[in-house]
Design a protein around this ligand. Structure first.
Ligand code: ZN
Length: 279
């Protein structure tokens, strides 16, 4: 829209002319009538004051809308950075570029994740399960996936949630009424985003080598989350194999998580974090 230049000072030089604008109408008894509006000269240009006013209003509304859309898109983009729940803050630096793929398995899994990004970009919807040894870089790849998807479009929303930390925060609200991290807060947030990572499923139940069964509370929260995301992408990471998942959790819950899934499996990769320790 062409911007309107308004005279800088008031009063400015205005003279009514003998011409009338016929653009404006009013309705009387169900019939539309033209309401003539006398034109005027403003700084040497003949114009209709009503048309000028309408144009100013439209421009004002367009400016407000543009500002709103800008803020809306920026807040979508920032969900990943501002609302993600992380146990390990170093994950914030994780990208595909910083993922060190050395073994054949790491290289093929990185490639697989990049292909998954492309499929999501093309509008496909399916769940992803990154499964395998602790420290194989599953969370790194999962966060890298989100980073890529977050850059795709301004209206895309992504969120990374450590399941263990989320459960801890929710439990904390039982005694701390000031905390915003209620069960409802997480259910609303996790159900709203387009791409969600549920990181380290199973860790919240404690030692995963025991035959511990997830508590009703954990099952209830995870079930509500997966239930609300049936038409959205959920990317899960876990150290547990599928048998253990089915033993520890409600079968319906795991079936939801594994519905139409793409697996990224780490069978050979050892703990990358342990290898990088200086001893
Ligand atoms: Zn007019």
């Amino acid at each position: 829209m062409e911007r309107i230049k308004l005279p800088k000072k008031w009063p400015f030089d205005t003279i009514l002319t003998s011409n009338y604008c016929k653009e404006h109408t009013y309705i009387k008894d169900g019939v539309e009538h033209v309401k003539l509006c006398q034109m005027m000269m403003v700084d040497g240009i003949e114009c209709c004051p009503k048309c000028v006013l309408n144009k100013i209003n439209m421009q004002f509304e367009a400016d407000i809308l543009q500002k709103y859309m800008h803020n809306f898109k920026r807040s979508n983009y920032n969900i990943l950075f501002k609302k993600s729940i992380l146990l390990d803050k170093t994950i914030l630096n994780a990208t595909f570029d910083t993922y060190k793929a050395e073994t054949t398995e790491e290289k093929s899994n990185k490639l697989l994740c990049l292909q998954i990004v492309e499929r999501f970009k093309n509008g496909q919807i399916f769940n992803v399960l990154l499964q395998g040894n602790q420290g194989a870089g599953k969370s790194h790849l999962a966060y890298s996936l989100l980073r890529k998807l977050n850059d795709v479009g301004e209206d895309v929303t992504c969120l990374f949630v450590s399941v263990e930390e989320m459960m801890r925060l929710i439990k904390e609200t039982f005694n701390n009424k000031e905390s915003k991290y209620t069960e409802q807060y997480f259910l609303d947030l996790l159900s709203s985003v387009d791409y969600l990572v549920l990181d380290d499923i199973g860790a919240e139940t404690g030692a995963i080598d025991t035959s511990k069964i997830a508590t009703d509370f954990v099952q209830r929260v995870l079930y509500a989350v997966t239930n609300s995301r049936q038409d959205k992408v959920t990317i899960s990471t876990t150290n547990l194999d599928s048998n253990k998942l089915f033993t520890m959790y409600d079968k319906k819950l795991i079936s939801r998580l594994l519905k139409n899934p793409k697996y990224v499996l780490f069978k050979e990769t050892t703990d990358k974090r342990m290898l990088s320790l200086p001893f």
